[in-house]
Design a protein around this ligand. Structure first.
Ligand SMILES: [Zn+2]
Length: 110
């Protein structure tokens, strides 16, 4: 499913006016992270219907990803420190990992 866009044209006939209806009933399990709510759109010319992701559900997936990135960075920083202490990797490898951690942390601050 794509995020809700009030200006999205009908995929079947190209008409640019579709009705919008919020639905909170069951959607197929394959839609996973977006949960059980969706926006139902119906083309006002050919009656084709499709589903879009509610705006607040899109934002919560972004927050979820940001949280995961933060956890991965913390884990990578810890792992890099452990590998550096253990002497199990060469200097170049450790510096590369430290560089990645730093890049990620800088990106996360933007
Ligand atoms: Zn249509």
């Amino acid at each position: 499913m794509k995020p809700y866009d009030p200006n999205r044209p009908c995929a079947k006939c190209g008409f640019d006016k579709a009705s919008t209806r919020y639905c909170s009933t069951q959607v197929p399990a394959t839609d996973g992270p977006y949960g059980k709510e969706y926006i139902e759109r119906q083309c006002q010319r050919c009656s084709y219907t499709w589903q879009e992701i509610p705006l607040d559900a899109v934002r919560s997936s972004e927050e979820l990803l940001a949280g995961m990135a933060g956890e991965l960075l913390a884990a990578l920083a810890e792992l890099t420190a452990w590998v550096a202490d253990s002497g199990a990797a060469d200097r170049e490898m450790i510096e590369r990992a430290q560089g990645l951690v730093q890049q990620g942390q800088e990106a996360a601050r933007v």
